[in-house]
Design a protein around this ligand. Structure first.
Ligand code: AMP
Ligand code: ZN
Length: 501
């Protein structure tokens, strides 16, 4: 395993900490997944892509990561609180479908988008409805420990009791007095004893369709409980990383901590990671805000705010250009710049792969020149330094562009090859390739049609050039341009690249 000083910003301690997994090389990571009652928007995609990068980089460093990302298919109410309709049941009623049809439809859609964005599937993708028994058991455990009470067929977490020993608000920085200040006094008629209490289990009204039997009667689990249960089941009582968007810090993650501590007495998570928001005109993109852009709308350009279509990899590159803890505003200018940057990097990737194939035939030195060896080491160290600094993809990308200059120079022979030996050049090229493909998860978006046409066009072009048939050369250049490509006539030969304009 690579010996790296990876630092992670921990939202709980509010500082960067050295990453030291509990059971290295094994790492447990839990990320809150989508509530599957509608299509995911680009904001959701940003968060899931950020954790894909965490997963990929830890894998790259040699850790064996068990990555759990749940599907919320029950218990998340329209209000995001304890009262109201279930988001999935509401949609099912509107469309006259079974709730599980809604769940399946949007789970499928979510998976398709994750695939388009080249996000790797998690190791386990558990559902809330698949863990009702465990949620009932955890509720019983919290009751037994005295941190919950039953009231009229529902069970609530007892925040006041918890506060006698623990700190509710430690993650989000919320202060309980302030939380309840805005709310009206409970008059004793309510189910809850204290306004900050939250539901572990809710009694189902007769019209509530998603319901299960429990020791307290028919009901359904509170939204926060599923994540406590599933993370503990698959990763243990204490695990390494828990992630989600920063809007989940309160109440969702604060409640998760309280539930786990209430049940087991131990804090569940070593490193809490929260991603910042994707914004549109400075406002958080959100379903409830009504400013969502869907991936399909971006990929087709079919949205009032979009001047053109942008590809999945352009979107991915756009996201990676900003560190996950900074806000990111989506604009046409930023997307166009991202398209350019992405194509430049992919052109570099093609060049690096070609150069790697040629290593055995290149005029290289037997021993690397000491300066070149040092310089290569420094260039690569810069990429790692970016990722080691709390997964700073923006820094890593800037470092990759520095390496790209070097690789392009070596390819077009403006930089001499003879200071390199095979090992040094191979390390430079393979690390560059591995970072783009495996760590950043960027891939070439070549269509089948293009893959078939381009080699043929290139052969005809070479022939026309050889025969000094310049009319045909111009026509062929036009064909390349129409495909978004350019022909490159270099000292070292003729090749094609993506047009970066
Ligand atoms: P949801 O299905 O609404 O619970 O959201 C799934 C994930 O997307 C959660 O981790 C949210 O925090 C995250 N999320 C929601 N809106 C945004 C946004 N505008 N930018 C980044 N992440 C978001
Ligand atoms: Zn969760």
């Amino acid at each position: 395993m690579r010996n790296h000083q990876l630092k992670i910003y921990n939202t709980l301690t509010r500082q960067k900490e050295l990453f030291q997994p509990l059971n290295a090389p094994h790492v447990g990571m839990y990320v809150c997944g989508p509530t599957v009652y509608s299509d995911v928007h680009l904001g959701n995609c940003r968060t899931f892509t950020s954790f894909d990068i965490v997963f990929r980089y830890l894998n790259h460093l040699g850790y064996k990561v068990r990555y759990v990302r749940n599907i919320t298919d029950v218990g998340h109410l329209v209000s995001d609180a304890d009262e109201g309709e279930d988001k999935i049941a509401k949609k099912a009623k509107l469309e006259n479908l079974e709730p599980m049809e809604i769940v399946q439809r949007y789970t499928n859609g979510f998976h398709q988008v994750m695939y388009q964005l080249n996000n790797i599937s998690p190791s386990i993708e558990p559902t809330a409805t698949g863990h009702i028994v465990e949620q009932i058991e955890m509720t019983q455990q919290i009751l037994k420990n005295g941190y919950a009470y039953e009231s009229n067929g529902s069970v609530y977490f007892d925040v006041k009791k918890y506060l006698e020993k623990y700190n509710y608000g430690e993650l989000s920085g919320r202060i309980v007095e302030e939380l309840v200040a805005g709310q009206r006094e409970l008059d004793g008629q309510e189910e809850k004893r204290f306004a900050a209490d939250f539901a572990l289990w809710k009694k189902a009204n007769p019209e509530h369709i998603m319901r299960w039997n429990s020791p307290w009667g028919a009901g359904f689990p509170g939204w926060h409980l599923e994540c406590s249960v599933m993370s503990r089941k698959y990763l243990g009582e204490t695990f390494d990383i828990h992630g989600g968007g920063m809007d989940l810090k309160f109440p969702h993650h604060e409640c998760e901590i309280a539930q786990a501590v209430g049940a087991t007495g131990s804090h569940p998570v070593r490193y809490w990671l929260h991603t910042n928001m994707l914004t549109v005109n400075g406002q958080r993109m959100g379903k409830s805000v009504g400013n969502s852009i869907l991936p399909a709308e971006l990929f087709t350009g079919n949205h009032a705010l979009l001047e053109e279509a942008y590809s999945p990899m352009t979107l991915r590159f756009f996201m990676l250009q900003t560190h996950y803890r900074s806000t990111m505003d989506i604009t046409n200018d930023a997307l166009k710049a991202a398209k350019k940057g992405y194509l430049k990097l992919i052109n570099g990737l093609k060049v690096a792969k070609n150069l790697l194939l040629q290593v055995p035939t290149l005029p290289l030195a037997a021993e690397a020149n000491e300066n070149i060896a040092k310089e290569t080491h420094a260039l690569l160290a810069e990429v790692y330094a970016g990722m080691d600094d709390d997964f700073n993809t923006a820094m890593a990308i800037a470092a990759l562009f520095n390496i790209l200059k070097k690789i392009n120079g070596l390819h077009n022979q403006s930089i001499k090859l003879d200071g390199y030996n095979a090992a040094t050049l191979e390390t430079l090229l393979t690390t560059f390739i591995a970072f783009i493909e495996n760590v950043l998860g960027l891939r070439e978006e070549e269509s089948v049609q293009m893959a078939q046409m381009v080699p043929v066009l290139l052969e005809i072009y070479k022939e026309a050039k050889l025969n000094k048939n310049y009319g045909q050369v111009d026509v062929l250049r036009g064909h390349f341009k129409a495909l978004g490509l350019v022909v490159k006539d270099m000292k070292t030969g003729i090749d094609w690249a993506y047009d970066e304009v």
